[in-house]
Ligand binder design. Structure first.
Ligand code: FEO
Ligand code: CA
Ligand code: CA
Ligand code: CA
Length: 579
């Protein structure tokens, strides 16, 4: 029968009930293993994790960072060996300074800023299944890309651009949320809420309109790094922030290669960067996760293999577009090209570099459609439909954001004209409106699949759509927000052919679920648990004296602290995950 394990659709597991437990729960017939929690040495011989948060900045440089997010598995070895051995490459979005330091963030020092920067960025770690257990192994590829790693700029915006000249050399990537993978085997890490790291004590400073459009203000998100490191003081080093908001390319098999910021893809709060090919060209989709911001795509010029053959990056040559959704179910991609439409000298635009540095303002000028916080984008391998999570938001005008306000979010879907990702028109519909019918009768979900605030989104090769949720801790488990029945964050699987959705796992308290990938045989899945134990309106606030106030996952050590981690999920019968 539909909805039951063994039915003929893509989903063959029993739905997991909602839960507010401090546990990671999977369906019957599945097993889990915690891998690479924050602080795990990149090499088995590296510095050991200290559970009181006292690892130094230098030690953190050689350990897995904090707050795991987007992730990919690059198989190593030949054929089937790649199902048991590979490089896990994962983002570390931000740091919780309450957990990062033994005494919390009260006093900010140079060493604390250095440790925080070392816990950001990207980890490349080699993992292997030995005797049924996944483990970190010694590797020539293991590396960290952090907030201080030297980086290059490529594409229309050069490192020498007057707006990018700062008091320090180009370095670092910050707030790496989701990611992408190129057809030539590199990893793209995306800079999302980078604005929050900058601030100043200078009361004479105020943001320019250009800075304000990106959310720059004197207080930032409260990291207070600017008190100990001039790099983050907007009054003293104001151009440093123009080096952030980009997509950054990393070659996981060349640990000596500098990460490259690919400026042709635009500057905003890039959630992710989903790359597909169409007619030999490369196309990259990316959401700008801010309430009322936009969905973009980059379309490469010419054949990507031809660019590579000439030693050029296919991501440096092409056109950036922003989406406009019409209420009749049609849509258009508007080019952000200097000299086109309103983006002229007469209107104050200098050149393509200027358009890219001020991507948001350029998209405003084009009249793109404001959206309810665009998050991950995934492409159905079976029919090329494109899906984007809109996590929650104001409920901006137009049918593409159909609920006002929109506390639960939705997933929008579009088909490019002629199933060609380079097309400039498309048709769209709403795949699912998230929520709880107990609070919103327009929601067509039930106890097996109620969810809210969809964020992570990924298709496996068989066409299962995996949906991950990020209900913020101001709403998670709270009846006052209509989120008590939905409870902890979760991951669901959907069959896009039938519309069926089932809850596959539920995470521990205070966390979000984000980042999912399988081995090529789809029999091992890796999923990230981010910020377990984050301060929560449902359970309280951690402090240096009680870092376990909300959660003690995954160690459950009475003297430890909650840690973000990757969870390995397998079927006890060795079958395909989700089938
Ligand atoms: Fe980092 Fe928009 O989630
Ligand atoms: Ca997050
Ligand atoms: Ca996210
Ligand atoms: Ca989110």
């Amino acid at each position: 029968a539909p909805g039951k394990p063994g039915s003929r659709g893509l989903l063959g597991f029993a739905p997991v009930p909602t839960s507010s437990d401090d546990a990671f729960t999977v369906p019957p017939g599945y097993e889990t293993q915690v891998l690479i929690p924050w602080g795990t040495p990149l090499s088995p011989r590296g510095p050991k994790w200290r559970k009181d948060g006292s690892n130094t900045a230098a030690e953190q440089e050689r350990q897995i960072g904090m707050n795991h997010d987007g992730m990919h598995f690059f198989p190593l070895g030949r054929g089937k060996e790649g199902n048991r051995r590979g490089l896990l490459v994962l983002n570390h979005e931000y740091v919780d300074q309450q957990l990062l330091f033994p005494d919390g963030p009260t006093e900010m020092t140079r060493e604390k800023v250095a440790k925080a920067l070392a816990a950001h960025g990207v980890s490349v770690v080699e993992v292997e299944e030995r005797k049924g257990v996944w483990q970190v192994v010694e590797s020539r590829y293991a590396r960290k890309v952090t907030g201080t790693t030297p980086v290059e700029f490529s594409g229309p915006v050069k490192a020498t651009h007057p707006k990018l000249r700062s008091n320090n050399a180009p370095m670092g990537t910050l707030n790496n949320c989701s990611h992408g993978v190129t057809p030539w085997g590199t990893y793209l890490t995306c800079e999302e809420n980078w604005n929050g790291y900058f601030g100043t004590e200078d009361s004479s400073w105020s943001p320019t309109p250009e800075q304000a459009r990106y959310g720059i203000n004197a207080g930032g998100f409260g990291y207070r790094w600017h008190l100990a490191d001039e790099r983050f003081d907007v009054a003293r080093n104001g151009n440093e922030l123009n080096r952030f908001g980009w997509v950054v390319e990393i070659d996981p098999t060349n640990p000596k290669a500098k990460p490259v910021k690919r400026t042709a893809l635009g500057r905003f709060k890039h959630e992710g960067c989903t790359v597909v090919e169409s007619r030999g060209r490369v196309v990259a989709y990316s959401g700008d996760d801010q309430d009322g911001d936009y969905i973009y795509k980059f379309v490469g010029d010419g054949n990507w293999r031809a660019h590579r053959a000439l030693g050029r990056s296919p991501l440096d040559h092409g056109t950036l577009y922003v989406a406009k959704f019409e209420d009749d179910g049609r849509g258009t991609w508007l080019p952000l090209s200097f000299g086109t439409g309103p983006l002229t000298k007469k209107n104050g635009w200098q050149d393509q570099a200027d358009v890219l540095i001020r991507t948001r303002e350029a998209a405003d000028a084009l009249g793109a459609t404001k959206m309810d916080r665009p998050e991950w984008i995934a492409v159905n391998p079976k029919n090329k439909d494109v899906y984007c999570t809109l996590t929650n938001g104001t409920g901006w005008p137009g049918e593409a954001n159909p609920r006002t306000p929109n506390p639960y979010g939705h997933i929008i879907r579009w088909a490019e004209k002629g199933k060609d990702h380079t097309a400039t028109t498309f048709t769209w519909d709403i795949f699912v409106l998230a929520g709880d019918p107990a609070y919103d009768s327009s929601v067509d979900l039930n106890e097996d699949n109620i969810f809210g605030s969809p964020d992570g989104l990924w298709f496996d090769d068989e066409g299962r759509l995996w949906i991950q949720t990020d209900i913020s801790n101001s709403s998670q488990n709270l009846a006052s927000r209509g989120y008590d029945n939905i409870a902890n964050n979760a991951m669901l699987a959907a069959d896009p052919r039938t519309g069926e959705i089932r809850r596959f796992l539920v995470g521990p308290r205070g966390c979000e679920i984000t980042g999912v990938i399988t081995t090529p045989d789809r029999r091992t899945m890796f999923v990230n648990v981010q910020h377990p134990g984050e301060a929560s309106a449902a359970w309280g606030s951690p402090s240096p004296a009680n870092p376990r106030a909300v959660s003690n996952w995954p160690d459950f050590d009475p003297e430890g602290r909650p840690r973000s981690a990757t969870v390995v999920i397998r079927r006890t019968d060795g079958g395909v995950i989700g089938a």
